[in-house]
Structures are given as C-alpha cells and as structure tokens.
Design a protein around this ligand. Structure first.
Ligand code: 0A1
Ligand code: ZN
Length: 853
C-alpha cells in the first residue's frame, strides 16, 4: 500500500510559524473574460514592500493556472513558477504587478475557485480558492479594495461591493471595504431576481436581491424576509449596520458547503435558501432562516473584522454561530433552540472531540485547512463564547463586543485580540479561560453531594481524556449554572453560576430546610459530560418540576437513555416509570408542542452506542436498533387509546405557515403519526399523504409509510411528482435509505448509486445518499461490512472529482474504535484501501491518516 502514497508527505502548517506578508496590497483590479473552458483573468495589483519585513520574498499563491503573461511596472517579467505559486524579483519600492492567466471553470469539479454550475459561473474562495483564479497572496491577513470588470454574454454579472458601470457584455463593480481574497466572489449567468429593500438604522436604503435560476423565483420570499429580519436584529442586538448600497444573495445547485459570506455577494447552496411550503419542510425553513442570518452576520464578524490566519477560524465562525443562535432564540423559542443545539453538539462535536479527529477550538497545525471547518471550530467555538458571556454577564459582554468592533474594525485578528477586549472591558484575567481554545477534548465533570445541618455541598471533579498530541490537560474554568429544588418541587435556590477553576472544587448552599434536588448545568452552561450517580426517580422529579426547560428535557433524555441501555444490556423491558412520564407529558397541553416533541424524540442510536462505549461495553448496533423498535412499539401500545385524539389535537389545519408554533405542532403531530402507524398499519399516514398540501406533512407521512413497508405506491407517486425538483429529490433519495431495515440499507444505497438521477458531481445528491447511509447506524454498521465497502468505493470515486466533499464524508468512520474487533477490521480494510489509492487528494489523505492513527 505504502508505495502508492505521495512521494513527498503533504506539508504541515503551524500556528507558531506565522509571519506577515512582506508587502502591502494597496489595490486590486481584476478583469474576467468569461469562457467555459478558457476564462482569461487579468490582474493589476499595487504592491508596496513593508520596510524591515521579516520575510521580504515576493511569493504569490497560484494553483491550476496557465500563466499567459506577467509584468512589473509595465515591463514583462518571467517569474519562477513553483508547485503552489510563483516568485519574482521586484523593486524595493511600490510597484504595479500585472498578470494574465487562463483557467478552466467548466472542468472545475472540485468547486473551489471559479467553476460552473448548471451553466452559471460562480466562485468559492474560502479558504484557499482564490489562488485558483489568479496569482495572489492568498492569505486572510492581506486585505485590499477590489475593482472587478466582468466581460461575457451572460445577462447577469455580479461581484462584491457596489455596481459602478455596465454595458452590453460587460459590468463593473467596486468594493470599497478592504477584504481578504477569500471573500472575493463573482457570479454570471442567466438569473432572475427577487428584489426588495431595507432602510438601515441611519436611514440608508439598501437594495436587496436574491438571484436564482428561472423557475425558482417562487422560492425566494421566505429567504428575503429572513434577510430583512437579520439586518434589523444585528442593528438592535449588536448596533451593527450594513455598509454597502446593495446586498446580493445567489442560489447555486453545486456547492460544497451550506453558504458563503462573500462581501455583499453571499453565495448559497440552493438547499439553504430556496423555500416553498410545497417543497420544503419546517426543518428546512428554520435552517434557511438561521443560515441566511449566519452569513449576513459575518459582514461584521468575519468581513469587517477578519482572521489573521486560518488557525483563528473560530474567531469568525464561533462568534457568528453564537450570534445566529441568539437570533434564532429571539425569533423562535429560546429553550427549544438551546435543546436542539445541544442535541446537535452531542451528535457531531462530542464524537469528534472524543475520537481521532479531536483538535482544539484553535488548532495549532493542519495540512489542509478545508478539513478544519468542523463542529469543534463552529459549534464548540460558539459554546466557548456562551461560557464567556455567562462568566462576565450580559452587560460586560456587550461592552467587550463593542470594544472589539471599535478597536479592530478593518483588521485581521487573533483569539488573543478577542480575549483582550474582554480583559480590558471587565478587568478579568482570562489566561486560564484560554485553555478552552488550546486544549482539545470534552471535559468530564464528576459530581458528588453532601447535606448536613441545612448546608448542601456540591463537589465537582473535572478531567479531560487525552486527545491526539495532547496527553495531559490542565483544569479549565467551567461555569456551572445550578438551581435547587425542594422536596415538593418548588425552587429553593434560583440559578447561580458556580465558577469552577480547580481540578476538584466544592460549593456550598446554606439555610436549606431539607436536602434539595440539584438541577446542575442549567441551559447546558458548559460543553462538558456530566457524571452523576442519580436515580430514575430523581430524573422523573426533575422532568416534572425543574424550572429550567433545558434540564427538564435533559432529565427526560437521561431517563430515555437509561431505559435503552438497560434494554440492550439486560434485555430489560421498557422502563414503566419513564413510559408513564412520557404519556403524561404528551397529554399536557400546557407545554409547548415543540418541547413535547423534543422530549418524545428518543436519543439517537449512535448516542446509545457512545454511552455504552463510555461505560466499557462494546456496542452492538443491531441490538441498539432492536431496542429502539421495541421501545417505540411498546409506547405506541400503551398510548393506543389516546393516539387518535392526540393526532387530531395536534393536526395543524389552514394555510401553511412555517412559524415556530405551527412547526412545533407539526413536529409533535409527526411523531404521534409514527406511533399510530405502528398500530393502524399506515391507514392514517396514507390519508395524511393524500391530503397533505405541504412538504412537512407529505414527507412525514411518506416516512411513516416507508418505515412500515407500506409506502411503495406513495414513494413512486412522490418520485413522479417531484422528479424535476433537485432539492426534493435529495429528500427522496435519503428517505429510501433512512427507512430501510439494517440488513438492506447498504443494498438500497448501492441501487440508488445506479439510479439515473444519482451523480457524483452534485454534493447535495452525494450527501443525500452517502450521508443517509452513514446516518443509518445499524445499517452502516451492519456486520456484513457492506455499508463500509459502499461508502469507501464512493469516496474513492468522488475524490478524483471533489476532494473537499470526500474528505468531509470520511468523518463517518471516526467512531470506528467503539465497535467490536470484526467491525474494526472491516473498517480498517476500507480505510487502508482509501489511503492506498493512487493520486489520493491531500484533503482525503489527511483525514484518513488521522482516523487510522
Ligand atoms: N464560511 C462559510 C462556510 C464555508 C466554509 C468553507 C467553504 O469552503 C471550504 C465554504 C463555505 C460559513 O461559515 O458559512
Ligand atoms: Zn460562518
């Protein structure tokens, strides 16, 4: 195998090696002559050497470019071309660099740089795509203004900033705000717009557009409303105003990620912006609102203040995720948002932090930066900001953030800059807190308690398991929000934030008439794993009485997990007390339906596998699957009498609206329908499928029917109805696999890869199929190894076209050490097969190597 490895190991980049670029970039002018297979890009860049620069070499990044000509101050030059760019002798005073290159957007299947999607030109430059457009110092600390001229027959031609002039076959744009190259964008094609406008807090009118392919105009209204809400929210909550005359959003079908915050020209995966009641589910609507907000908020946290280098990625991503979560909490239900985020964190970030891919929120080394757009950087990065806010309080948080904007506007910054504004605004020393940025791994927090003479003592011990390259960890600052309940369920001590700084630390509560029941880590005040010996009776008590909705849900979740673990390990029957508690809650109309839906949703099978592994057992995916089935069947039977009424009570009628209340109700209704389907053989689901006038209800009904193996006709009808809609077809592909039995999931997925609508060229379609396979816990981990094999084959095929999406999908194997020796051997074979593939990309090589280590 080894002989197929690249001759030279990929280069590793280190944070400690940072040196600034030796030249100032004063202005950039670009001219694009568009042609699908041979686009010409002319650049004219004013450089000025920085006196006394540590690194005076004039090196410009460049990849996959054909250099046509280059000149310095008008005189032709012959630069030295290297693998990743060029060097050139240049004057020791300001000079003008000019170059012309040719690139091939049509042949660009990696979707980085300038590429074509459905006949439309578009760009993706984060993190290092600009170097595939022209020679340039492609690093985020090099910021400049850009003027862009686009020549081509496409009716719509867009770039960053404001439009300055246009004529037949050309358009010019000027972005007055200095920006790094990763925020550059260009779009050209046959597009139609959904226009609107927004008046900013200082009275400036901004033109807004969402640009889409003809035919998609009807799917823009929701995104536009989300954009206007985001603009207003950022003014109200953070005092941030938009700073150009125009804000454009473009929907693109072929896109590696969700969306991109290019200055004034956000580019979106069409799945993250297009929405209509007929084609999008409630979950789609909520996600679209959040992503539009996220990209818009980047205008200040990312664009006006950017990152000095890619090690600082969490500076913009953690903060922007934190801000978009605040926005969603304000627009919808704060507790529901928090619970959903914690479910997501545990599903995606905890496994990363506990496995071979663990890395700090601010990594100190990488080979391919694209591999670090992770749940740790984004979601744990946001958790760290949440902890900081909780420690300093809302007012000081606002002061510090205002100082951040005042002090660093227009700069490329570091985590040190970010922490310093908090230190300066609050007088706190954050050196220990900084460990959250430098130490990988999820801390375990062991809790013990003591009660004597009216005094209640909680003792916490923190420890973090070793992670790659970090065998030993120091104690972190952990904000632990705690409340206490009396024996009758009343709160006897309101939420207090305990600030833990030691490895082991006790906190006391005085004047208590009886031993209280603690509600620990309210609102999930820190991303840790709480370990506490407690009883199911106490969990049920918290589920009934806690004033903190997050911990109420958490108690129910713990009950569910314990019940499932007992079923798997001991063959126990579903826990009767828990079933009772669920029934009560389901019928309790005083509780928010969205909250009830969350309590009713069981822990994922992968979550149970992780729990078993942490407790020293080897998880058996089939047994976990069977326990989930038995539990749902028992619950359905116990609720048999009330299910039809519950279903009727939660059915939302009238015109569809994606608001939080209606979607919460539909979510609960869908879960009730899935229970009902277990009893009525799918009659109600078939009726719902017939009557549905929106995708949420149509999809929920189809899901139930397919799971019950009663949905062939509906699945066929769904296909015929929606085969012309790529986004709905992604749902159809994914659902075939998600609803398959464990022993058939891989063969269903294999058949789908032969389907005429399957293509490796569209990342959404690839993710629909391979993501659904990897997400089917018992199917992917079926003892035959067929799931592992199919994924590996497809990763090898995709790597030749699109390394970035391939590498991301490799993470499906990151939990492999949880499983038994046979499964581990099967997975190792596949990982080694991928690693040994000739010409494997740097992206995938890095991922597979880290997973195998
Ligand atoms: N910055 C974008 C996401 C993004 C990241 C990387 C990309 O290519 C490697 C593309 C998009 C965001 O946070 O939304
Ligand atoms: Zn982002």
């Amino acid at each position: 195998m080894k002989d197929a490895a690249p001759e030279t190991a990929p280069e590793t980049f280190y944070l400690k090696d940072y040196t600034p670029f030796g030249f100032e970039v004063q202005s950039v002018e670009l001219t694009f002559r568009l042609a699908p297979g041979a686009t010409r890009v002319q650049s004219r860049i004013h450089f000025a050497p920085k006196p006394g620069a540590a690194n005076p070499e004039f090196f410009l990044h460049g990849e996959q470019l054909s250099l046509i000509s280059a000149a310095v101050d008008g005189a032709p030059v012959t630069p030295t071309l290297t693998e990743g760019g060029l060097t050139c002798n240049v004057p020791d005073q300001p000079f003008v660099w000019e170059a012309e290159v040719e690139i091939d957007p049509q042949g660009n299947t990696a979707l980085e740089g300038l590429y074509m999607s459905n006949g439309m030109y578009c760009t993706q430059c984060e993190a290092e795509g600009f170097r595939k457009i022209t020679y340039y110092p492609d690093r985020p600390d090099v910021m400049s203004t850009f003027k862009v001229r686009i020549e081509g027959d496409e009716p719509v031609k867009l770039s960053n900033g404001n439009p300055t002039a246009s004529g037949a076959g050309w358009a010019e744009w000027h972005d007055p705000w200095p920006k790094p190259a990763y925020l550059f964008a260009l779009v050209a094609g046959d597009l139609v717009n959904h226009p609107d406008s927004f008046t900013t807090m200082s009275g400036k009118e901004v033109e807004l557009n969402i640009w889409v392919r003809p035919g998609d105009e009807g799917k823009c209204a929701f995104g536009m409303e989300a954009l206007k809400k985001s603009m207003k929210w950022d003014e109200d909550a953070y005092g941030r105003e938009y700073d150009l005359d125009i804000f454009n959003i473009v929907a693109v079908d072929d896109f590696n990620m969700g969306a991109m915050e290019n200055k004034g020209l956000n580019i979106f995966n069409s799945s993250c912006v297009l929405a209509s009641p007929e084609t999008s589910t409630d979950a789609n609507f909520e996600r679209i609102e959040a992503i539009i907000a996220h990209e818009y908020f980047h205008n200040w946290t990312g664009n006006r203040i950017t990152c000095r280098d890619w090690f600082q990625l969490c500076l913009k991503e953690g903060l922007t995720v934190f801000r978009d979560a605040q926005f969603t909490a304000d627009m919808r239900s704060a507790p529901v948002k928090r619970i959903s985020d914690v479910i997501d964190l545990r599903a995606r970030q905890f496994p990363e932090d506990g496995g071979p891919l663990a890395h700090p929120v601010r990594p100190e080394q990488f080979q391919e930066i694209n591999n670090f757009y992770t749940a740790t950087i984004y979601e744990k990065g946001a958790e760290v900001i949440g902890m900081l806010k909780r420690l300093v309080g809302d007012e000081d948080y606002a002061k510090a953030v205002t100082l951040y904007f005042d002090r660093h506007d227009g700069q490329a910054c570091t985590i040190e800059d970010w922490l310093k504004v908090f230190e300066d605004a609050t007088g706190r020393d954050l050196s220990q807190f900084k460990r959250w940025y430098s130490q990988a791994g999820t801390p375990h927090l062991k809790v013990s308690e003591d009660y004597a003479d009216g005094t209640y003592t909680l003792t916490f011990e923190q420890s973090t398991p070793p992670t790659p390259g970090q065998p030993d960890k120091d104690p972190r600052v952990i904000p632990i929000a705690v409340g206490l309940l009396g024996p009758n369920g009343d709160e006897v001590c309101a939420t207090r934030v305990l600030e833990m700084t030691e490895a082991k630390q006790s906190f006391t509560f005085d004047g208590l008439a009886a031993k209280p029941v603690p509600s620990i880590l309210r609102e999930f005040s820190a991303p840790v794993i709480l370990e506490r010996e407690t009883s199911n009776a106490e969990r049920a008590f918290l589920l009934a009485h806690d004033t903190d909705p997050f911990n109420r849900w958490e108690a129910g979740n713990a009950l569910a997990r314990e019940a499932r673990v007992a079923m798997v390990l001991e063959g126990a029957a579903p826990d009767a007390d828990y079933l009772d508690a669920l029934q009560k809650l389901l019928r309790d109309d005083s509780q928010d339906p969205a909250f009830r839906a969350l309590v009713l949703s069981p822990p994922s099978q992968s979550d149970i596998a992780q729990t078993l592994f942490e407790r020293g057992h080897v998880p058996d995916p089939q047994k976990i699957f069977d326990a989930a089935e038995t539990f749902a069947q028992t619950l359905a039977q116990q609720l048999a009498d009330s299910l039809p009424r519950l279903y009727a009570d939660t059915t939302v009628s009238g015109a569809y609206s994606p608001d939080a209340i209606s979607s919460g109700k539909r979510d609960l209704n869908g879960r009730i329908l899935s229970l009902l389907t277990r009893l009525d053989g799918g009659q109600q689901a078939a009726r719902q499928y017939e009557d549905a006038d929106n995708m949420t209800q149509q999809y929920a009904a189809l899901t139930c029917l397919l799971k019950a193996e009663k949905g062939d006709a509906q699945s066929q009808a769904f296909f015929e109805q929606w085969k012309g809609d790529r986004l709905v077809m992604d749902k159809w592909f994914a659902l075939q696999i998600a609803s398959a039995a464990p022993e058939t999931a891989a063969s269903v997925a294999r058949d789908l890869t032969q389907h005429e609508l399957f293509t490796l060229k569209n990342p959404n379609r690839f993710r629909a199929v391979m993501g659904a396979l990897a997400g089917h816990h018992a199917g992917f981990h079926h003892a035959s190894g067929a799931g592992y094999r199919l994924l590996a084959e497809n990763l090898i095929a995709l790597d030749k076209l699109n390394p970035q999406t391939t590498a991301r999908m490799c993470a499906a194997f990151q939990t492999w050490k949880r499983y038994d020796a046979d499964r581990q051997a099967l997975i190792r074979t596949e990982l080694e097969r991928i690693a040994g593939t000739e010409g494997l990309s740097r992206d995938t090589t890095e991922m597979v190597t880290r997973i195998l280590d």
